[in-house]
Write a protein that binds this ligand. Structure first.
Ligand code: ATP
Length: 237
């Protein structure tokens, strides 16, 4: 469904992605893991059209996204849950969720508010509260719920566990497992590589702007070199 080919991204003076190729098939959960500064957020931001590609291709169902604007890309159902949640603090929970509907444009929605509330019951309880008054974990749930309102074809999750307590991470990942069981297509960026490999079908390891390894998540989790180079470091981080 998502096909990234030889993607290069540069910020002034810094080459953040050096020819990255990656695919996400329909209904698959794919993890992108790697150390700080590897270029993970750059990759999802390039897919969303937030940062421009210097060269390479990003295709959704063979449609070229590379020169499209973020508004048009989200309209196709490529929906990002950004690092740091980015909810609108001065709007209520319900208003934040309703904003997610703007990504639908002409697409038909089967997602109902109740589906999101059933996935995250705390959001139902807090629907009239300002988003800024929620805990970090509740804001993460809200950010995921907002994306779900737009019926993602591909859900891009940028570090959903960042800064959350272990018990809250478990709740968020339980919801992600539910979405996976329903066949949602997900590209997951995650600093917690153990969690990411547990949830995902396949994974890529990004280091200094290059994919250095990829494969079935179960196999990568058993690979001694991967564990000592990446999982050990990131698990302690
Ligand atoms: P982290 O886990 O720390 O968020 P990451 O793997 O997501 O890391 P990126 O945030 O994509 O990595 O950063 C990749 C490289 O690009 C880093 O060297 C970073 O300093 C640089 N970079 C990221 N955003 C910008 C920007 N807006 N301007 C200049 N350089 C940037």
């Amino acid at each position: 469904m998502l096909d990234i080919r030889d993607l290069q991204v540069r910020y002034s003076g810094i080459q953040a992605l050096r020819g990255v190729s990656l695919t996400v098939n329909d209904g698959e959960v794919v993890a992108l893991i790697g150390p700080n500064g590897a270029g993970k957020s750059t990759l999802v931001n390039a897919v969303s059209g937030i940062v421009p590609a210097a060269s390479g291709n990003i295709l959704l169902d063979r449609v070229e996204l590379t020169s499209m604007k973020p508004w048009d890309i989200s309209g196709l159902g490529v929906l990002q849950v950004p690092e740091g949640r980015q909810v609108f603090p001065e709007l209520t929970v319900l208003e934040n969720l309703q904003l997610g509907l703007t990504a639908l444009r002409g697409r038909h929605s089967e997602t109902k508010l109740d589906d999101v509330y059933d996935l995250f019951p705390i959001l139902r309880e807090r629907s009239a509260q300002f988003a800024g008054s929620l805990s970090g974990g509740q804001q993460q749930m809200l950010a995921i719920g907002r994306a779900l309102m737009g019926m993602p074809k591909v859900l891009l999750l940028d570090e959903p566990s960042l800064g959350l307590a272990p018990v809250v991470i478990s709740q968020v990942f339980a919801a992600l497992r539910t979405l996976k069981s329903r066949g949602m297509t997900i590209l997951l960026i995650e600093q917690n590589a153990h969690l990411a490999l547990e949830l995902s079908d396949r994974a890529y390891i990004l280091d200094q702007g290059r994919i250095v390894q990829s494969g079935a998540s179960k196999e990568l989790a058993k690979d001694d070199a991967v564990v000592s180079h990446y999982l050990g470091v990131m698990a302690d981080a």
